[in-house]
Design a binder for this molecule. Sequence first.
Ligand SMILES: *[C@@H]1O[C@H](CO)[C@@H](O)[C@H](O)[C@H]1NC(C)=O
Length: 492
Amino acid sequence: MLCLQVLSILLIATAALASEEDVLELGDNDFDSRLSEIDTALVMFYAPWCGHCKRLKPEYAKAAEDLVRNDPPVTLVKVDCTEAGKETCNKNSVSGYPTLKIFRNGEFSQEYKGPREANGIAKYMKAQVGPASKELKSVADLEKFLASEKESVVIGFFENESDLKAAFFKLADKLREKVQFAHSSYKDVLAKQGVTDAVILFRPAHLKNKFEPSSVTYSGPAESSDLNDFLTKNFYGLAGVRKSDNQREFKSPLVVVYYAVDYVKNPKGTNYWRNRVLKVAEQFAGKVNFAVSPNDEFTHELNEFGIEFAQSDKPKVAARDASEKKYVLKEEFSVESLTNFVNDLLNEKLEPYIKSEPIPENQDEPVVVAVAKNFEDVVVNNDKDTLIEFYAPWCGHCKKLAPAYDELAEKLKGEDVAIVKMDATANDVPPNYDVRGFPTLYWAPKDKKNNPVRYDGGREVDDFLKYIAKEATNELKGWDRSGKEKPAKTEL
Ligand SMILES: *[C@@H]1O[C@H](CO)[C@@H](O)[C@H](O)[C@H]1NC(C)=O
């Protein structure tokens, strides 16, 4: 019993040490006094029960570890709005959790609008302190800077003023929240690098590999836009580590290899597979982009490709071509299977993956059921004005809408109008429909099927009827343009 207790205390103690030692917890009695002594602080106002706060916590702690060692340092603070920091949260108009704000010398400076992942937080906050490009005054500075960075960094080496130097600073200013820049004019630093007027991109130590150089020297014109292109092209290298905070930087055509990518807990295993990806990526450089992604961070995306990931699985591969069509590697991952897959992708020999429910065998109900595989038939080429609802099976508002939607369809049975629904969680939504919440409704007139408009009106039968009566390509048989029901024709 005693042993167990001691053990659990030890466990709790180490967990706390490992995770949060660099985050400063403040409350009502010390918030103002302590914060006024800190040049730049990021403050997280939180509630212990809030899910988003719990998810942010480890990322915040990791960023804090990095930022206390930054020069100049940034302090990450947290305030519990339910207990010790109630009043402080009130005073700072905290209305949701977590709320993040930047303070300088105890004064509120600005809302935090950066990313919520450790690396992103650190980069964003580093950009808030000091200049856009950090000056390296010695070889030791240079080495320290290179060793501390977890992503590619860009360093300018300038003996004199030059156009390249001007372009470099212009770009550094523009990208300061995204990329770490540094520069030097010190003789020994230039001598160490063996250059006098150059911009060089350095890849972080943990991503070094034998398939690409660990640094790339810029050789284009002295224009910041060209320099920007150079960065875009080289920043992530042959097979970048694509995570949720940088995924938008990876452009199609893109081949993503998913597995337990983790450079903190398992760098060896991570490199084992990445080296195989690099071997393939090298052959296709400039034609297709490659990335590796942690599968546990992308379960939603994997689902979009119909990929189930079991713990014992080898890496899984999914791709998008330049027109965003989806493809999945069906064979087991190997250098050879990946090579063939990418070759086939480039030669347009692959069948695109379409997430779809089976096409319904019959359409007996007034509301027509669309799935990805029959969308062309029941919407695009149905030769009718069409109202489409994109729903999710679990969505309460969708369930509430269902009876009205059925009734609407029933009423419009004899009209030149189709009332359609699609489960957007089980089917690919065509690209000209933007579905972010449920239900989302679109009106697609029969001559403008490629240009549907979002329906934002009321959700009662009459609201729909009024809208459709007005917007219908040809006037409805049963309703006039104002939505008034026409008198039934009397038989003579
Ligand atoms: C910098 O200026 C010095 C003195 O004018 C000159 O000797 C040197 O070549 C210049 N360096 C570069 C890279 O242009």
